[in-house]
Write a protein that binds this ligand. Structure first.
Ligand SMILES: [Ca+2]
Length: 203
């Protein structure tokens, strides 16, 4: 349901991005997980810890987490949440949710990927220790720039996403276009996400 709606809107949004010249500078220097996580330890999806508060910027989430315990949620299998005023991710809440999302993202081949997010409200995405998408404030649904990301070695990269929903509608989507790909970006698929239960999260 939510994926179908998002796909229907994606073409128009990406056309807007291209026409507005919103391609970002190349992002490089991402570090793969070292050592690579053992495949036997990996479970589907991204781990998530929720903080229930009225956030106005993603930077407030780690600050808040210094003083309050979060609530571990069910893993997030894919970032395709376009849910109107419904539940925010796997939090069980509709508003006033902050999420600290961690795990691994698998890049199957080396090369230059194009990565983009749509968010409502703020997002701050790091992959391999490098910030890729940063739209940290309260806002209605909007796409990020189309970000070219250089991957020099295939494999698992640590992913860390801070996200919050203040009120009313919420959206968090992650897209990519693989090296040599053409046309529309796709949702980063489920098989590209993993986490190790109970692992101390990496940046
Ligand atoms: Ca909102």
């Amino acid at each position: 349901m939510r994926g179908a709606i998002a796909a229907a809107l994606l073409a128009a949004s990406l056309t807007f991005g291209a026409s507005a010249g919103m391609a970002a500078d190349l992002v490089s220097g991402l570090k793969s997980a070292a050592p690579q996580p053992p495949s036997a330890d990996l479970k589907p999806g991204l781990a998530v810890t929720y903080y229930f508060n009225e956030f106005n910027n993603t930077r407030e989430i780690p600050d808040w987490a210094k003083y309050r315990d979060g609530v571990r949620g069910e893993p997030i299998l894919i970032l395709d949440y376009f849910v109107g005023d419904g539940e925010v991710l796997t939090s069980g809440r509709n508003d006033h949710v902050g999420a600290d999302i961690r795990g691994y993202l698998n890049f199957p081949v080396a090369g230059t990927y194009t990565i983009a997010m749509r968010s409502n409200d703020g997002v701050d995405l790091k992959i391999g220790g490098v910030r890729v998408v940063h739209d940290p404030d309260v806002h209605s649904d909007r796409f990020s720039d189309l970000v070219p990301v250089e991957i020099t070695a295939p494999g698992w990269y640590p992913l860390r996403l801070f996200y919050f929903e203040k009120q009313v509608t919420s959206t968090v989507e992650l897209y990519w276009l693989k090296p040599g790909g053409t046309g529309q970006l796709d949702f980063v698929p489920e098989e590209a996400f993993a986490h190790i239960p109970g692992e101390v999260p990496q940046e």
